[in-house]
Write a new protein. Sequence first.
Length: 119
Amino acid sequence: MIILDMTVVNIALPRIQGSLHFTPASLSWVLNGYTLTSGGLLLLGGRAGDILGRRRMFIIGISLFTLASLAGGLATSAGLLLAARALQGVGGAFASPAVLALVVSGFPEGRERTRALAI
């Protein structure tokens, strides 16, 4: 879901530009707002999972990502969409390391873990 989001937004960019009156230069921030916050906070998300619990951080991350996705879908202005995309990135940064750690710790080493990671 976190990775698929970038593909969905890429496809929707022309419609987003027309509906919310983005300039071509500012349209790149729809993608960059998510990418920068997600990539910039991945280490913090992983460390928070170690300290506060991986499951808790996964739930917080997915919840934040989902609420920000709803806000982005309902956005009526460019600023609201950009803020929602940045919050999606924060949610993704909290959820991604947590889900990988949960999969690695939840499956025994070998074929089962490899299959779970591939899925």
